[in-house]
Design a protein around this ligand. Structure first.
Ligand code: UGA
Length: 437
């Protein structure tokens, strides 16, 4: 099929490459010239495992091109909207200006029988509004909501083999022409048994925000248990293992630590609360305020623990922060708990060095006042305390026996509960975890 992908960020760049991999003829469109020229040379403008080799592979077939010119959408049958919906400045709601602008610019190029397919995460009600705009311009075109569930760090695999597809169509019926069109777009993953659900517009929009809210709630639940475990002298990692064995609960997303961050979960739960308020259903989501509060408390808790670990004061303590990205296998530092903790430690008088295998460039743009060191050995040398805040494999595999010779004082705070506490203690380290004795 002939496909347009509007927005070439984390979602769109991966989506465009994957659609070409599935055999379609794809053009990726973005207003950012630098992004487009990088992508045109098969360079990913951000770190995502497997993306660059996929870009090279599909560009060699001639099936994928990039441009800043919206008229390249003319003549295509399916137009995906993949632009960002960040949190509005000073408000909880989502900023829809990029979604609105991209649909507005696309309208003149629509032809009868075209499909505009929304993938961005939007407040419920957006699809209906955009659908009216599409039909006012081209009555024989259709708008579908087809939310995306990919995780950064696993984006290529999540796009090529997702858990499920959700198609939100105006009448919610299997007979809607968009269902057959999307079935053709996703023919390969559907042929391997990927389930797909057809819903109406509002249900499809809500599926995405409900899924992210559930994930955020699961993480804050286990972090609340971590607070209790600390008070009671229990171990939250063993608690999570034990409750996770009940398959109604499941062990995934039950890792207590410094909490969630990134460009999705934090802003999505806030936008969801804001939208519920507009719909007069705010009571239904007041629990998400608590989910957010528990999550933000984790960041202050780490600072307190670091102070305790350093003997009661952070003043002048040389602290090495291992990890700046909001999670491993990503260079994304949007709302990264690791960076926010590093900044708080520095404000309280610690001498902080931050290291990360991929995210230092982005981190330095957000927090230029912090000190960064790309070489992990140099970052650790002479340190008074190590704080593991993003669980990159190279940090999880650090050898406590080797390291002890290069630090000033052997103290480690495991913000993700991923280190073997017994091994670090027996090597002579003062070890603290999150919600562990
Ligand atoms: C999240 C969802 O998982 C995706 O399904 C969704 O498509 C995406 O948002 C989106 O809306 O676009 P992502 O932001 O890439 O994906 O990251 P997650 O893997 O969900 O992790 C979010 C945060 O939770 C990270 O900071 C991670 O460190 C933290 N986390 C995760 C925990 O603290 N504990 C856990 O057990 C799991």
């Amino acid at each position: 099929m002939r496909i347009t992908v509007i927005g070439c960020g984390y979602l769109g760049a991966v989506h465009a490459a994957c659609m070409a991999k599935l055999g379609h003829q794809v053009v990726g469109i973005d207003v950012d010239h630098r992004k487009i020229s990088a992508l045109s040379e098969a360079k990913a403008p951000f770190f995502e495992p497997g993306l660059e080799s996929l870009l090279r592979e599909v560009q060699e077939t001639g099936r994928l091109t990039f441009t800043t010119d919206m008229s390249a959408a003319a003549g295509n049958e399916v137009h995906f909207i993949c632009v960002g919906t960040p949190q509005k400045k000073g408000e909880n709601g989502a900023d829809l200006s990029y979604v609105d602008a991209s649909v507005e610019e696309l309208l003149p190029y629509l032809s009868p029988g075209d499909f505009v397919v929304g993938k961005s995460t939007v407040p419920v009600g957006t699809a209906e509004r955009l659908s009216n705009a599409v039909q006012a311009q081209e009555p024989a075109a259709h708008l579908v909501w087809n939310p995306e569930f990919l995780r950064e760090g696993h984006a290529v695999a999540d796009t090529l083999q997702p858990d499920r597809f959700v198609y939100g169509v105006s009448d919610g019926s299997e007979e809607h022409p968009a269902v057959a069109a999307l079935d053709e777009v996703y023919a390969i993953p559907l042929s391997t048994g990927t389930p797909r659900l057809v819903t109406d517009h509002p249900t499809a929009e809500l599926v995405k925000t409900a899924a992210n809210s559930f994930l955020a709630t699961k993480i804050s639940f286990i972090n609340a248990m971590a607070e209790l475990c600390e008070a009671a002298g229990a171990d939250v990692t063993r608690l999570a293992d034990a409750i996770g064995m009940d398959d109604r609960i499941g062990r995934k997303f039950l890792n207590a630590g410094i909490g969630f961050g990134g460009g999705c979960l934090p802003k999505d739960i806030r936008a969801f609360m804001a939208r519920a308020g507009e719909l007069g259903a705010d009571q239904a989501l007041t629990f998400l305020r608590e989910v957010d509060a528990i999550n933000m408390r984790r960041r202050s808790r780490v600072v307190e623990l670091a102070r305790e670990l350093c003997g009661g004061t952070l003043l002048g303590q040389r602290i090495t922060v291992l990890g700046a990205a909001f999670k491993p296998e990503s260079d994304d530092v949007r709302d990264s708990p690791a960076l926010s903790i590093a900044a708080q430690l520095q404000l309280q008088g610690a001498v902080v060095t931050v290291t990360d295998p991929k995210a230092l460039e982005n981190a330095a743009k957000r927090f230029p006042e912090l000190h960064y060191e790309g070489d992990v050995d140099a970052a650790i040398s002479g340190s008074d305390a190590l704080l593991l805040l993003t669980e990159w494999r190279e940090y999880v595999e650090l050898d406590p026996l080797t390291l002890i010779g290069s630090v000033g004082t052997a103290r480690v705070l495991d913000g993700r509960n991923v280190l073997d506490a017994a091994k670090w203690r027996s090597a002579g380290w003062a070890y603290r975890g999150m919600g562990r004795p």
